[in-house]
Design a protein around this ligand. Sequence first.
Ligand SMILES: [Mn+2]
Length: 435
Amino acid sequence: MAGERMRRVNEAVREVVSAHLAEDVADPRIGFVTVTGVETSADLRSARVFVSVLGGDQEREAALDGLSSARGAADEADADARLRARRLDPRGHADHGAPVPRGTEAVARMTTATEQEQVLEELRAAPKLFLTTHENPDGDALGSLRAMQLVLEALGKDTVMYMGAAEFPLPHEYRHMRFDDVLREPPDDLEERLVVFLDCGNMDRMPVEFLKADGVRIVNIDHHHDNTRFGDVNLVVPEAACTAQIVYELGRELGVELSRPLAEALYIGLVTDTGKFMFENTTPAAHQMAADLIAAGVHPAEIHQRLYEGLPFSRIQLLARALASVQRFDGGALTLTHLTRDDFAHSDADESDSEGIVDHMRQVEGTLVACLIRDLVADESRRKVSLRATDGRVDVSRIARGFGGGGHRQAAGFTTDMQLPDLIERLRSEVGSQL
Ligand SMILES: [Mn+2]
């Protein structure tokens, strides 16, 4: 990570440039742009300004056009920033420079880059990488992890994948993905590796204390809108249907051929995070990506079978128990079920067998929020709560965050030690407060 002084210089430049863009630049296209980071050179003579552009390719093009036509104004902002930066000179000198005349050679250069370009640069430059994702990995976590590994391997990089030992065995539906090559302990040469997080909204979603050490450089690639931007470089695209979609675009930019194994890994991320192309995040771009993957050799029926069929009998027994204890509150606005440790024992099921049960709760008329509460097999005093919203009226990630969890507007979760009756009351009032 950059030194503390340099970080303050970068932050000062970022503030000035953002304020300038917001106040003085009348170009409506600039509205799509957020200044996400600044890297100032050690001599303070140049700064790269990283921006995030909302919207599709068209908006991105328009915004970058707008930015470059505003370059004159930006240069002024930059001169201003440079003056401020001098006061925070990382070399520890006091304000030693003469005032910088505007519009002369003395004005520092400013270049802009999108978050995507910044991440591409990091990936191209790193010879050795370390990839990881979130705990209790789902199809997108595993699909984007495998896909990124294949992309980097195609570029000849030395890449390792990591997940905590507690994540194994993987849920039944993902075992065919063959993750035998994933490390369960940090590698000895960790400090030589660029760390890449995939599909992970905050760093505490994987037990990786060893990554919080100094000198670890982190790239954070994700689509959760509540991502805490914990990386040194962040590519957070909430409009992406899945993290696999972001990896797909990075792979294309890096010129990596869409091999069948790569296409399959990407498809698994896409099909699972869109709920088989049924959730609100199923955009034209998601379907275009699917078309491209199918053209590259993916057989949707085969993937469907591997993911959703051939499941152990314990699954349907556990589902039967969940369906038998469905409760509806407030006219069904909150529809929930609860699985106890006994339910798991009697079904001969493990925790990963509860995957997908919450989606059955969505299907009933009047349901706004579907909820599965399951007691942890290892610790009955704690329970895991999965939430799904059926439309845009309730943002379940807000509810989950209130309990220390997180997720998407339509799919989120958390763990709590609150007792069941209190938990249900609290969930009812949280749902009610958003209506
Ligand atoms: Mn995801």
